[in-house]
Design a protein around this ligand. Structure first.
Ligand code: NDP
Length: 248
């Protein structure tokens, strides 16, 4: 049994995730940093693999987890239905399934952070989709169906007509921003006081962000770390940039 707070940070073997893990450890948390490729000092996690998610959740069911940072993410080349499905599988469904698996054993005062993106804003989609994603009554099932309809629309060639961009990464991050609202509502009556928010890290110099990005990993980790350490009674179901709530 440990008295230290336990944080899981996914995709922590490099980039922004590595810095989030470093900063949470520096603040005294016991950090479980995950890597897709097995390596010393890391817990192995491939968010596309349900068995891998379940194994990580089982390994940390006792004494339970205090902080989950869903940072793992990918941006694939090209655009077609297969790319759309894979992007959602990693960036959206991976984070959703891991969150569900960890939430059952999350300790009181738990914090869940989704590392989203400025491309996860509703301005990326047409007005009808904007209304559906931002519907305060949007259920988990509605959200999943909406995202699945994106892949179907890409496959049938109808996606532009239906108001979707030709950018699966953007839709995966819109999905995360909608998911924090759904999760906050699902947890509204949960006595543990768990807060769930999403973060835009900004454009950061990493393998994904490239060398021309203006921000360091230290800059990019600021908002996710801030949300991981929110005090009791803090905001939930919100999208943040620069450590401030911003419009979805
Ligand atoms: P990197 O490409 O440097 O790191 C991505 C991390 O995610 C790696 O650890 C990678 O593991 C991991 N990952 C990818 N796919 C999987 C998977 N299936 N299962 C588990 N882990 C996986 O990117 P960043 O550090 O830049 O990105 C971190 C997060 O920040 C992402 O969610 C990204 O979308 C988001 N973001 C980044 C921005 C930027 O400018 N850099 C801007 C906005 C958002 P592996 O090493 O095995 O590939």
């Amino acid at each position: 049994m440990t008295d230290r707070r336990i944080a899981i940070v996914t995709g922590a073997n490099r980039g922004i995730g590595q810095e989030i893990a470093r900063e949470l450890a520096a603040r005294g948390l016991e950090v479980v940093a995950t890597s897709r490729v097995p390596q010393r000092g890391y817990a192995t996690l491939d968010v596309e693999d349900r068995a891998s998610i379940d194994a990580l959740a089982r390994a940390h069911a006792k004494p339970g987890v205090d902080v989950l940072v869903n940072n793992a993410g990918a941006s694939f080349d090209g655009f077609n239905a297969a790319v759309a499905a894979r992007t959602l599988a990693v960036n959206f469904f991976g984070a959703m399934h891991l969150t569900d698996a960890i939430l059952s054993s999350m300790r009181p005062g738990g914090r869940v952070v989704m590392v989203s993106s400025g491309l996860g804003k509703l301005s990326q989609v047409g007005p009808a989709l904007r209304a559906r994603f931002s519907d305060p009554a949007l259920s988990r099932g509605d959200l999943v169906a909406l995202l699945e309809s994106f892949v179907q629309d890409v496959a049938s060639g109808a996606h532009v007509r239906h108001g979707w961009p030709s950018n699966a990464y953007s839709i995966s991050k819109i999905g995360l921003n909608a998911l924090v609202r759904v999760l906050a509502r699902e947890l509204a009556t949960d006595p543990r006081g768990i807060l769930v928010n999403s973060a835009d890290p900004g454009w950061v110099r990493t393998r994904m962000g490239g060398s021309a990005a203006p921000l360091s990993v230290e800059d990019g980790a600021k908002t996710p770390v801030y949300l991981a350490l929110l005090p009791e009674g803090g905001p939930t179901g919100r999208f943040f940039a620069h450590q401030q709530p911003v419009a979805f």
